[in-house]
Design a protein around this ligand. Structure first.
Ligand SMILES: CSC[C@H]1O[C@@H](n2cnc3c(O)ncnc32)[C@H](O)[C@@H]1O
Ligand SMILES: [Zn+2]
Length: 452
């Protein structure tokens, strides 16, 4: 069909939302910064990322937002944490891992952790993560059914790993009980858009072979991921060598756990065999640099792993060992550390660091076909960061500012599945005054040593 002038009329597409941004960093293609582009959203998907002039002629949007001093990019993916531990932030500092766990954190958990602790602590963590640009997080903690329900109701994406240890905790009496409850969690949430259930055996030093085999069987049966703390400290590796003659990664490989469904958290101690096992199996590494630094656990050689072809993602760990859940801060630390560990200032460039916190995380979750970059057809999970403040001037390269300059309070907007979660720096779906009252009550209880 042609108009009277003989020229074919241009198709005008509908969009729910048009975001006009000064800069867009789509992550795919890698290393690209687009200027004066529009991101068009239809329903829960990205419809297009195109120059603003093309959006003027090709799209009619119900709503348009102009972000003239902002960079728009995919939402961040925090691949490891213990969300409700936010309520233990600053409770036990300046300690090495095993003293921190044995003498402080595990006694505190035994005393205070119940369903209401998990609900309030996880809500606090979600508020912090959303406010600082995270749109997907992974959790490994007690009462995972509470975390799953809360993430779903809030509309934030979460991989919820049920915990498993050899010994009893507040959530279960032992491996069989954890597995039974975990199986119920998987059956309840599998296929959900926001919640991906997964299996979280705590660490090689707290889970013996038979429960690890059962974790693998469950993962294979239900097609879910496994996340485990691995090679967090030199002591973990030397102790395993002394007791079993094998490094923990070798033990997991022999048990059959190493594979593309395994997320190995920390990996601060790595030899050539570890690199080979990770590369050949397709297992993912979750780098948690600030927790590793604060507990003096060690340094993950991310550049070596990256060059070997291992997918390296990033996580904050819990707020009791970090002590925040600001993933941009984590990315900055990761970029700095990568350079000094590799003795190469070119290691982990700004664009590679941003990919680590977005697309690499999506790969580890098995969802890179729909998350992790701003590509038409993917889910509309995106954030805007305002670079307009004086402390961020001048802007030669927005990717550089996102990684190397401090802008943690500059996340102005966030959408998950096209639904606004942060608008002009304010959380849209969390009642912050109510949350603050609950947090204050927990702080009073914990400070006075009472039980909850
Ligand atoms: C099985 S639920 C999670 C369990 O892990 C503890 N935890 C928190 N941070 C770490 C860490 O860095 N290494 C090992 N274990 C950690 C947490 O307190 C829970 O008990
Ligand atoms: Zn952890």
């Amino acid at each position: 069909m042609t108009s009277d002038s003989g020229v074919s009329p241009k198709t005008i597409h509908a969009a729910d939302l048009r975001i006009d941004a000064r800069w867009v960093i789509p992550i795919e293609p890698a290393g690209v910064v687009l200027e004066h582009h529009a991101v068009l959203i239809q329903g829960d998907r990205i419809a297009a990322v195109i120059p603003q002039q093309d959006a003027d002629t090709g799209y009619r949007a119900k709503e348009t937002i102009r972000l003239d001093s902002h960079v728009v990019m995919p939402g961040l993916i925090n691949l490891h944490g213990h969300a409700a531990m936010s309520l233990f932030r600053g409770l036990a500092d300046d300690l090495p891992l095993m003293t921190w766990l044995n003498d402080h954190i595990w006694p505190a958990e035994g005393r205070y952790v119940d369903e209401s602790f998990i609900f309030d602590g996880t809500r606090l963590a979600i508020a912090e993560m959303l406010r600082t640009g995270t749109t997907t997080f992974s959790d490994m903690y007690f009462f995972p059914e509470v975390v799953a329900e809360l993430a779903h109701d809030t509309g934030i994406r979460a991989q919820v790993c049920f915990p498993l240890l050899d010994f009893p905790t507040m959530w279960g009496s032992g491996p069989d009980d954890y597995l039974a409850k975990g199986t119920a969690l998987i059956e309840r949430w599998q296929g959900d858009d926001y919640v991906a259930p997964a299996i979280g055996p705590h660490a090689p030093y707290t889970v013996s072979d038979e429960p690890l085999r059962q974790c693998l069987a469950l993962a294979q049966d239900k097609q879910v991921a496994i996340q485990i703390h691995l090679h967090e400290t030199a002591f973990e590796v030397s102790d395993a060598l002394a007791k079993t003659g094998r490094r923990p990664t070798e033990r997991l490989a022999e048990l059959g756990l190493l594979g593309p469904g395994l997320q190995c958290v920390h990996m601060t101690q790595i030899d050539d065999t570890d690199v080979r096992l990770l590369r050949e199996s397709g297992a993912h590494v979750v780098h948690c640099p600030e927790s590793n630094l604060k507990l003096a656990s060690g340094l993950c050689p991310t550049e070596r792993l990256r060059q070997a072809g291992v997918n390296v993602t990033i996580g904050t760990d819990g707020a009791a060992s970090n002590n925040d859940l600001d993933l941009f801060g984590e990315v900055r630390t990761a970029a700095m550390l990568a350079k000094v560990v590799a003795d190469d200032a070119a290691a982990l460039s700004a664009h590679q660091a941003l990919a680590m916190a977005t697309l690499n995380g999506a790969k580890a979750l098995g969802r890179d076909h729909e998350l992790g970059s701003l590509v038409a057809g993917k889910r509309a999970d995106l954030i805007a960061v305002d670079l307009g403040d004086p402390f961020l001037q001048p802007v030669y390269d927005p990717a550089s500012h996102l990684v190397y300059s401090n802008h943690s309070r500059q996340v102005s907007h966030s959408w998950i599945n096209g639904v606004p979660q942060v608008q002009d720096g304010r959380l849209t779906r969390i009642d912050v005054p109510d949350l603050m009252l609950k947090v204050q009550a927990w702080a009073d209880t914990i400070r006075s040593g009472q039980t909850g």
